[in-house]
Design a protein around this ligand. Structure first.
Ligand SMILES: [Zn+2]
Length: 436
C-alpha cells in the first residue's frame, strides 16, 4: 500500500504534512514528501487523515470481555473472590475463543496492533489470535494456593506449548511469555521454578505487581519485603519483565525496576475504577524506566480502547501530583507505542521509521475534535476518540478499515460471546439456587 499525501506523526511525534509512505513485505519501505517511483500496490487517499504508529496494549486479559459489566462496584479482593473467580470456573475454550476475538475486534477498531495478555484456555485464545493476525505476547496466568510443585500445575503444561509450538507462530506475531499472576497468588518455590524456566528458555515474564495497598502491605508481612524485592529475590527480574500496575512502589522498589530494565504497564482506567490508586508515573519516567500502557481486562475498565487510557495517562497524574507540566503528549504517545513494542521484545516495531514493521493506524482528522490541528500530538492524546481510527494495519496487512474487519466475522463473534456469557450466568444462578 502507498499512503498518498497524508499527514503523519514521525518517530519523534512531530507532525509532517503531505507525506508519501510506502509499505512493502510487512515493513515501512518509504517515507518522503515526493511520490516514489516504485509500485507499492493500492494507493490510499491520505487527505484529512493522520498516519501514526499503531498502539501496543501491554496489559490485558482478553477473554474477560465475557465479564464486562458483571463484576462492578466492589473492592478488588471481593471483586475477585465473589464475582471473577466463580465466573472463571465456568469458562471453556469455546467461550475464550469468541471472547478473545471480540477483544481483538475492539482493540483493532481503536488502533491497537499488538497486546500483551495473561489468561488461560490457551487453545481457544491462540486460535483467535492467529486467525485475527493481530500481534500478541501471550502468557498463561499461573495461580497456586497450595504446596504444588510447578511441574504439577496445568499452567506448566500450557507453558511448554507456549514456549514450543506457539512461540513465533503466525510469522512471529504470536510470542509466548511466562507468567506469575502475582505474589499473593503464588508460592516462592513456584515463582523460582517459573523464573528458572524463563531464564533457561529466553522467555519474557508478565506479572502483576503492587496493584493494591493491601496486596503490597500483606506481602511485606508475609515475606518481610515488598513485592518488587520479593520478585527480585526469586529471580523473576533476571529476564525482561512487564510488571502491571506498580501503584504502591516505595523506597528501593524504583531502583530495583530500573536496574533490571523492568517495563511498567500502567493501567490508569483500571486503577481508577478498582480504586487501586495512582502510580508514581512521573518518578518512573524521570528515572528512565520503560513505562508502557495497558487497558487491563474489560471487567475492570470496561473497554479496550487504548485511546481512553492514553487520555487518562496524559491527564490524571497531572491532577494527582498537582503539576500540569508532568507527562507531555510526546511521553504519553511514546508509552502507547514504542515503549510497548520494546516491552514485547519487538525491537523493529512501534516507530514510524523506514525499515520498521508496518504496524500502523490512520486517524480521521476531518472532525470537530481534530480542528484546528495546531498540535497534532496533543489532538491525539487529549481529543481523539477510538472511533476516529479509520484503518489499522499489522505487518503491512490491513485488519480493520472503515468499520469492517478483514479477519473477524464480527456479527457472529458478538452473538456467540453474548450466548457464552448468558450460559455462564445461567449456570452460576442455578448453582446458587442449589446452594440455598
Ligand atoms: Zn491484570
Amino acid at each position: 500500500m502507498l499512503f498518498c499525501n497524508i499527514d503523519l506523526l514521525d518517530e519523534k511525534f512531530a507532525l509532517q504534512r503531505g507525506q508519501y509512505v510506502g509499505v512493502k513485505d510487512g515493513r515501512i519501505a518509504y517515507i518522503g514528501e515526493t511520490e516514489p517511483q516504485e509500485d507499492y500496490g493500492e494507493r490510499y487517499d491520505g487527505r484529512h487523515r493522520l498516519l501514526l504508529s499503531g498502539f501496543y496494549n501491554v496489559h490485558s486479559h482478553a477473554p474477560m470481555t465475557l465479564l464486562r459489566g458483571y463484576a462492578e462496584n466492589l473492592p478488588l479482593q471481593r471483586w475477585l473472590n465473589e464475582r471473577v473467580f466463580p465466573f472463571e470456573d465456568q469458562l471453556s475454550d469455546e467461550a475464550a475463543y469468541y471472547a478473545t476475538q471480540l477483544a481483538i475486534a475492539e482493540m483493532l477498531a481503536s488502533g491497537t496492533v499488538s497486546f500483551t495478555d495473561m489468561y488461560f484456555f490457551l487453545d481457544g485464545m491462540t486460535k483467535a489470535i492467529l486467525e485475527s493476525k493481530i500481534k500478541c505476547n501471550l502468557s498463561r496466568g499461573l495461580t497456586v494456593f497450595d504446596d504444588s510443585d510447578y511441574e504439577q500445575t496445568a499452567a506448566y503444561r500450557d507453558n511448554l506449548r507456549l514456549l514450543g509450538e506457539w512461540n513465533g507462530a503466525g510469522d512471529g506475531r504470536l510470542i509466548g511469555d511466562l507468567c506469575i499472576h502475582g505474589e499473593y497468588t503464588s508460592t516462592p518455590k513456584v515463582v523460582e521454578a517459573v523464573a528458572a524456566q524463563a531464564k533457561a528458555s529466553g522467555a519474557r515474564m508478565h506479572i502483576h505487581l503492587s496493584e493494591t495497598q493491601t496486596e503490597h502491605e500483606e506481602c511485606k508481612q508475609r515475606h518481610g519485603m515488598t513485592p518488587a524485592a520479593y520478585m527480585q529475590a526469586h529471580g523473576v527480574f533476571d529476564v525482561p519483565t512487564t510488571a502491571a500496575h506498580c501503584v504502591w512502589l516505595e523506597g528501593e522498589d524504583f531502583e530495583i525496576l530500573r536496574s533490571h530494565g523492568v517495563t511498567v504497564a500502567c493501567c490508569p482506567a483500571s486503577n481508577l475504577k478498582l480504586a487501586s490508586g495512582y502510580a508514581n508515573i512521573p518518578k518512573l519516567l524521570d528515572m528512565g524506566i520503560n513505562v508502557a500502557l495497558g487497558t487491563d481486562g474489560a471487567a475492570s475498565n470496561n473497554n479496550l480502547n487504548i485511546l481512553q487510557d492514553l487520555y487518562l495517562f496524559g491527564v490524571v497524574y497531572k491532577g494527582y501530583y498537582r503539576n500540569s507540566t508532568l507527562i507531555t503528549p510526546v511521553q504519553a504517545l511514546y508509552a502507547a507505542t514504542r515503549a510497548g513494542a520494546l516491552a514485547q521484545g519487538r525491537e523493529d516495531s512501534g516507530l514510524l521509521r523506514v525499515g520498521c514493521r508496518a504496524d500502523l493506524c490512520v486517524i480521521d482528522t476531518d472532525t470537530p475534535q481534530f480542528t484546528p490541528m495546531t498540535d497534532a500530538a496533543c489532538n491525539v492524546v487529549y481529543a481523539a476518540q477510538g472511533a476516529d481510527v479509520k484503518l489499522t494495519m499489522v505487518d503491512g496487512e490491513v485488519l480493520y478499515r472503515d468499520g469492517a474487519y478483514t479477519t473477524i466475522d464480527i456479527e457472529r463473534v458478538k452473538a456467540e460471546t453474548q450466548r457464552c456469557t448468558d450460559d455462564i450466568i445461567r449456570r452460576l444462578q442455578r448453582g446458587e439456587r442449589q446452594h440455598d
